[in-house]
Design a protein around this ligand. Sequence first.
Ligand code: SF4
Length: 341
Amino acid sequence: MSAALSSPHPAFAPMPGPANAQAVLSPLYQRVSRVIPPIEWPAFADDIDAILRLKRERNAVILAHNYMTPEIFHCVSDIVGDSLALAREAQTVQADIIVMAGVHFMAETAKMLNPDKTVLIPDLRAGCSLASSITAEDVRLMRQRYPSRPVVTYVNTSAAVKAESDICCTSGNARKIVESLGVPEVIMIPDQYLAANVARETGVKIISWAGACEVHERFTARQIRSLRAENPGVIVLAHPECPTDVVDEADFAGSTAAMSDYVTAKQPSRVVLITECSMADNIAVNHPDVDFVRPCNLCPHMKRITLPAIRAALETNTHAVTIDPAIAARARAAVERMLAI
Ligand code: SF4
């Protein structure tokens, strides 16, 4: 689920300026009209107009994670997708500036793969409960305690933690990465639930860390059973950062990209995505015949990224991501090993 649009947005007629914003942007509004009420659109239109203009003037692209709100995801972004797609596409970006509409570790990954480009994160507070759960020193201690086990590190970590790792993974490729190592036991950090779900799928013994995604950890098996009782026939898709008993209650477990592919391929009449709120909004735009049940767990870190923050980032060149070159080189090696598989 990604699309590169380095030229001006096809739905945008090049008539910049606040006075024309309403008329100019109306084709964009049609795109998101199923998920953004008309009364809310005027609050977005001016920033969207300015961001599209700034992108052209500054030769910038916006990479947006699936958890961005629809006005960001559908109206100003050039490349969209899950962490894996964004990491892959970040390698191919032709632009001077990359704005990461996502959280800090994603901006670091983009910078690692594009050391000569300016990478901006619109709000430095856009962190992640998984990334903040573990340090490079923790990884070194784990290696001492469990020598000779390869360290598989979820991309939701800092560059310093990736630098201590043998290979990275995402929720979309974790099983494949672990199986590719061909060993009976690995260290997999920092998400305890992703590790438990991968251990069950692969039969590989996994030494994990006690980190968790604060969004997915909150879902419960009981909540899924209630959703099924209240919505007969609903298809349940769960993210593998959810606890194992939640995944057990689901019809399908996969990354946000895999969930999106599932909806596209199977067109369930009613579906619930057990993940962050904005994901269902963003997919719903393209699937008018699918009824999305929407239990809502917001990621407060993702929601730090707003249209005004993106506009300010492009206007003021903030906040530029920097990584110590020695750390970046080792972290990049772990990410590139993943991308090679
Ligand atoms: S949704 Fe979870 S894993 Fe993703 S950024 Fe938020 S806290 Fe981190």
